[in-house]
Write a protein that binds this ligand. Structure first.
Ligand SMILES: [Zn+2]
Length: 586
């Protein structure tokens, strides 16, 4: 490809709308162009990268026995009503009405369509297992598109669906896919951390994400370097401990009792001016873990009373999951007052209204807590569950954080950030049951097909590579997905010796099947080198009057500082050899 003919322009300045490294570099390199919020065009250079990523994914899906097909973007809304996911996707689901007044969804994912399809074709256990996939456009009405290709409304995704006769079969498919994903990341030279994840709107019981670790990532990950436990913050657990500090007001005996877990009688104390957990704990000279905190939510319009230990925060994803609700928000001051509760001094004790109380299981770890007295300026000491109050639901709804104890070993948790670059789910049978996707087992008994689904967003992956692999000059593409393998960069093209040598090298490289971007522009060396670095093509070949004096050209890898001189005569053979060695290694 001749640079002078290439569609798309490199930019000297970072466009003002660009947020984050990959967004800036991809715009500046002329690889993508924004059309609207979360909607992008891929220009020829960006599209070449995307197509290479696509091919790697396709090869790895085919290698494990995946069969490629293509499902429609336009989906009858009835499928979404049938699955029950119309509500869980909520406003993220794009819908439209056709000329006959039929409502259609623009597919954000394809479990509904494929389950319906498999239901029509699979009858017997002999038809299973199946791995079916497509690489296709998805549409989601993201509330906050941002970060360039990292969070968009239209994107290309590889989605594979597995269909098995039982859980053991699903486990096998799941492991196969995890291995295939690991192969993909290895070929893209993208280090990832596999973490436990929340299933979100997709549903199902178990899921994992592959995270590219980078400070700019919008996902928070909690992990233990001792045992390898790792989870998305939405899902992460920690081992809750109780480390009380003795109150200066307490007698020696009272403190001992507290440690011995003797339940003391409830006692009202004045706590003037102390409202937050920190203020109350300071005022009473206790640790925040010795307090109970009340928080109020509106979940799909139902008022929910949360009780959690004062040292912990509510994990809203966990809460949404245990409540099986789609919309969750903090209740307003008015809503709290209407229930007869006193914000800042609220307590689960004596709440006789038909209020739904959900508690974190931390309230059972420790005893003799301080809780609100439901009147301004007062708290209650020695509050104990279940002696003093009842709850509708007692479970883990706490947010894990760095420094907490690992739930799996004696280590401590750390936290970091990442970009989700792949997500796998064990769906189980909830969809096949809804769609009547049953098969007959060996005894002729109908059973629901056990499903899994596995997604990778291609543009997200492309952006993650850039986030992970760049320097202050530009992108550093791995050879496996670089838009071109070689950047041929002749300097002083007005010199006929340079231009004819460059033309010759260009022809020879192409004859050897090497992908070359030939910078045939009459620009200064500075402009050309800057563009070469910005575009991140792995090998730069420079021809100049100076290198021609020694009948050679200069070869420089994007990843290396030093260049080497290659004699012109065998240069293209040597380059082809170098690229092949690298490719085999990758
Ligand atoms: Zn651990």
């Amino acid at each position: 490809m001749r640079f002078s003919k290439l569609f798309g322009k490199t930019l000297r300045q970072t466009p003002s709308e660009a947020e984050g490294t990959s967004h800036q570099l991809l715009l500046r390199a002329g690889m993508i162009a924004q059309e609207a919020a979360g909607i992008y065009s891929f220009l020829p250079l960006g599209w070449r990268v995307l197509r290479k990523i696509e091919n790697i994914i396709r090869e790895e899906m085919d290698r494990v026995g995946g069969q490629e097909l293509s499902l429609p973007v336009l989906q009858p809304i009835e499928l979404w009503l049938k699955s029950g996911r119309y509500a869980s996707f909520g406003k993220s689901l794009f819908t439209l009405t056709d000329r006959k007044e039929h409502v259609l969804a623009l597919g954000p994912t394809h479990e509904e369509v494929i389950t319906e399809l498999v239901h029509k074709y699979v009858q017997s256990y002999r038809d299973l297992p199946l791995l079916l996939y497509q690489i296709q456009t998805k549409l989601r009405d993201e509330p906050r598109p941002r970060g360039g290709l990292l969070r968009v409304r239209e994107f290309i995704m590889k989605d594979l669906y597995s269909f098995d006769v039982d859980e053991a079969g699903l486990d096998e498919s799941y492991q196969k896919m995890i291995q295939a994903y690991k192969n993909i990341y290895a070929r893209l030279e993208l280090p990832v951390m596999m973490v436990e994840a929340d299933s979100g709107a997709i549903g199902g019981k178990e899921s994992h994400e592959f995270m590219v670790i980078t400070e700019s990532g919008e996902d928070e990950i909690v992990y233990c370097s001792n045992c390898g436990y790792a989870a998305n913050i939405e899902k992460a657990q920690s081992a809750k401990t109780f480390v009380p500090s003795r109150s200066p007001e307490q007698s020696e005996g009272e403190a001992l009792n507290l440690e011995a877990k003797d339940l003391l009688p409830v006692k009202e104390v004045a706590t003037p001016g102390a409202q937050t957990i920190e203020e109350v704990a300071n005022f009473l000279g206790i640790s925040p873990c010795q307090t109970l905190k009340a928080i109020f939510y509106s979940a799909d319009a139902e008022f929910i009373f949360i009780v959690i230990r004062g040292d912990l925060e509510v994990n809203e994803t966990k809460l949404k999951n245990v409540l099986k609700r789609n919309e969750l928000r903090l209740a307003s001051e008015n809503e709290v007052r209407e229930k007869g509760l006193v914000a800042g001094f609220a307590s689960p004790i004596g709440v006789t209204l038909a209020l739904k109380i959900v508690a974190d299981n931390s309230i059972t770890i420790g005893s003799n807590f301080v809780a609100g007295a439901n009147k301004p300026g007062y708290h209650l000491k020695n509050v104990n569950y279940p002696r003093d109050f009842q709850v509708a639901l007692l479970t883990d709804i706490a947010l894990a954080k760095s420094g907490d104890n690992c739930p799996k070993c004696t280590g401590k948790l750390s936290s970091t950030h990442g970009i989700e670059a792949g997500h796998v789910f064990k769906l189980g049978t909830f969809l096949s049951e809804k769609f009547g996707a049953f098969f007959l087992d060996g005894n002729g008994t109908p059973k629901p097909i056990v499903m899994g689904c596995y997604g990778i967003g291609l543009g997200r992956l492309l952006a993650a590579i850039v986030e992970q692999s760049h320097d202050n000059k530009g992108i550093i593409w791995p050879l496996s997905v670089a838009p071109y393998q070689v950047y041929l960069c002749p300097l002083h093209l007005d010199n006929p010796e340079v231009s004819s040598a460059a033309e010759k090298v260009y022809q020879e490289l192409q004859k050897r099947g090497i992908e070359v971007l030939f910078d045939d522009r009459n620009d200064s060396p500075g402009v050309k080198f800057n563009d070469a670095d910005l575009l991140g093509i792995p090998l730069r070949l420079t021809l100049s009057p100076r290198t021609l004096q020694s009948r050679s050209m200069e070869a420089k890898w994007r990843t290396k500082k030093e260049a080497q001189l290659l004699p012109l005569g065998d240069a293209t053979i040597e380059i082809s050899r170098l690229l092949n060695t690298l490719q085999i290694k990758g």
